[in-house]
Ligand binder design. Structure first.
Ligand code: EPZ
Length: 419
C-alpha cells in the first residue's frame, strides 16, 4: 500500500491550481446513462479510481464503457444483467445510484446494500422510501435490495425528511421514467444535483425547480442518450484554498466556480484570509496574516460542506486560540482527530463538536488516512508539521483527488509517494 512522505514546507505555498471535474457529479451522471438505450458521453471527467469502480459496475450490468482519460463513453445497449454485486458496491457507496435507473427502466434489479464506511453506518432508507413512493416494491434480503415494479413506475409525491444527496439522485432519476407527474420536496441543493438535472434534461427529461427544494418531474416513456461536461470539483478547490491558509501562502484555483464554495470562502475571510474571486477562479491569500480562531458548523449545501470539515480542522489546529467544528451532517465523521493528535494537535471531541485548542506547533509522525477527506486534511497538517510525516493508506486520496502530488509539487511541496 502506497504512503506519502511529506516534509515540512520551507516556505508558504504560492501558485495556481487548475481544478478537475467533480467525481461526485460524474458518478451520478454515469448512473443516469442507464435510463437510455445507446451511447452517452461525459467530458471533463477526473481520472480517478472511483470512475473505474463505477465503470466496472456498469460493465457487470452489461454496458460497454470506454473513452480517453477525461472522457467517458457509455454504451448501455447491452445492459441485461440487472445486478450490482457486493464486491463492487462495498468499495464505493455511489454504486448504489444504479438502483433508481435500473428499476425505472427495466422494472427490476438487485443491488447490494453499500454497508458502512470509515466513520460509521451510511443508511439508504430514504433512497428506498422515495422509490416506494413511485410505486417500486422493495425487498431487502441477504444484504441486497431487490426492487421491482409491474410495468413503469408511477409518478408520486415524496418529502425527504432530511436533505440527502444520494437519495435525491436515486429518486430523481427514477421519476424521469415514471408514468405521470412526481413532486419531490426537500431535495438536496448540492451543485452536483443541478449538474445531474442539466444532464437529464439533455436526455429529454422534463424537470422543473432546479436549484430549489422542490422538484417537479413529468415522466416520459423513454430518454435519449446524453452528452455533457462535468462541473468543477468544489471540494478539491476548497482543499487547495485551505492549503493556502494553512501555509500562510497565496493560491489561485482556476477552472472552478467560486459560487459553489461561498460558505468556505466566508469562513476563510472570517479567519482573516484575503479572498478574491472571478467567474471561474478564486484566490486565498494568507501571506503575513494573523489568522483568528472561528466556529464552523457543517450543513447541507449551501452551508459549510461536511467534506471540508476535516481539512478546515487541520487549518484550525494551526491558529492560536479555541475554535469549534461541529458536523451536523455526519455526527461521527471525526476519525482524523486521532491522527491530528499524533501530530501534536490539541482537540477535544464532545458529541459532534470538536474543540480545537490551536496554535501549539505540530510535529511529524507516522499517520494514516481513514477516508478520502481525512487523508487530504492530514496532508495539509503535515505541510506545517516539523519534520517528515509519513501518511499511509493514501489509496483513499487516490479515489478523489486527481494528480494530487503533481498539483502540490507545483505549489512547492516536496511530496513523495513510496510503495
Ligand atoms: C454524498 O454522500 C457525497 N458522496 C459525500 O461525499 C458527501 O459527504 C455527502 O453527500 C454529504 O454532502 C457522493 O456524492 C458520491 P447524504 P451521500 O445522503 O449521498 C443521511 C466524498 O468525500 N442519510 O447527503 O451518501 C446520512 O447518513 C463523499 O466525496 C440517511 O439517513 O450523503 C447523512 O447523515 C463522502 N438515509 C445525511 O443523510 C439515507 O437514505 C446526508 O447524507 C441517506 C442519507
Amino acid at each position: 500500500m502506497d504512503t506519502y512522505l511529506i516534509p515540512t514546507i520551507s516556505q508558504a505555498l504560492q501558485g495556481e491550481v487548475q481544478i478537475s471535474g467533480a467525481k461526485n457529479a460524474v458518478l451520478a451522471v454515469m448512473a443516469a446513462t442507464l435510463l437510455a438505450d445507446g451511447i452517452s458521453e461525459i467530458t471533463n471527467v477526473p481520472h480517478l479510481k472511483d470512475m473505474k469502480t463505477m465503470s466496472d459496475v456498469l460493465r457487470v450490468i452489461g454496458c460497454r464503457v470506454d473513452g480517453g482519460p477525461h472522457t467517458l463513453r457509455i454504451d448501455t445497449r447491452g445492459a441485461n444483467h440487472l445486478e450490482a454485486p457486493y464486491e463492487l458496491v462495498k468499495t464505493m457507496r455511489a454504486s448504489f445510484y444504479v438502483l433508481g435507473p435500473l428499476v425505472a427502466r427495466f422494472g427490476r434489479c438487485r443491488v447490494s446494500l453499500p454497508g458502512g464506511c470509515a466513520w460509521g453506518p451510511r443508511p439508504v432508507d430514504l433512497h428506498l422510501k422515495g422509490l416506494e413512493a413511485l410505486g417500486a416494491s422493495i425487498k431487502v434480503t441477504h444484504g441486497y435490495v431487490e426492487a421491482t415494479s409491474n410495468g413503469p413506475l408511477q409518478g408520486g409525491e415524496f418529502h425527504f425528511p432530511i436533505s440527502s444527496v444520494g437519495a435525491t439522485v436515486n429518486v430523481l432519476m427514477a421519476a424521469c421514467l415514471a408514468k405521470g407527474k412526481s413532486i419531490l420536496h426537500n431535495v438536496a441543493l448540492e451543485p452536483e444535483i443541478d449538474a445531474l438535472i442539466d444532464y437529464l434534461i439533455g436526455m429529454g427529461a422534463k424537470i422543473k425547480g432546479k436549484g430549489t427544494k422542490v422538484l417537479q418531474i413529468q415522466g416520459v416513456s423513454s430518454l435519449t442518450p446524453g452528452s455533457g461536461s462535468t462541473i468543477a470539483d468544489r471540494i478539491e478547490a476548497g482543499t487547495y484554498l485551505i492549503a493556502a491558509a494553512i501555509s500562510r501562502g497565496r493560491i489561485k484555483t482556476t477552472k472552478m466556480n467560486p459560487q459553489h464554495i461561498t460558505a468556505l470562502l466566508d469562513a476563510l475571510q472570517e479567519i482573516g484570509c484575503e479572498i478574491q474571486t472571478g467567474p471561474d477562479w478564486a484566490i486565498v491569500d494568507a501571506t503575513k496574516k494573523t489568522l483568528k480562531p472561528t466556529s464552523i458548523t457543517t450543513l447541507p449545501h449551501p452551508g459549510f460542506p461536511t467534506d471540508l470539515q476535516a481539512p478546515i480542522m487541520a487549518l484550525l489546529t494551526t491558529i492560536e486560540g479555541i475554535s469549534l467544528v461541529q458536523d451536523t451532517v455526519y455526527d461521527d465523521r471525526f476519525t482524523h482527530i486521532a491522527e491530528l493528535e499524533r501530530l501534536g494537535a490539541k482537540i477535544k471531541l464532545k458529541g459532534n463538536t470538536a474543540q480545537i485548542y490551536g496554535g501549539s506547533p505540530l510535529s511529524s509522525a507516522p499517520i494514516m488516512a481513514s477516508d478520502l477527506r481525512a487523508g487530504a486534511a492530514l496532508v495539509l497538517a503535515a505541510l506545517v508539521a516539523e519534520g517528515e510525516t509519513s501518511l499511509s493508506r493514501i489509496y483513499h486520496i487516490d479515489r478523489g483527488y486527481e494528480d494530487f502530488e503533481t498539483k502540490f509539487r507545483s505549489l512547492g511541496v516536496d511530496i513523495k509517494r513510496v510503495s
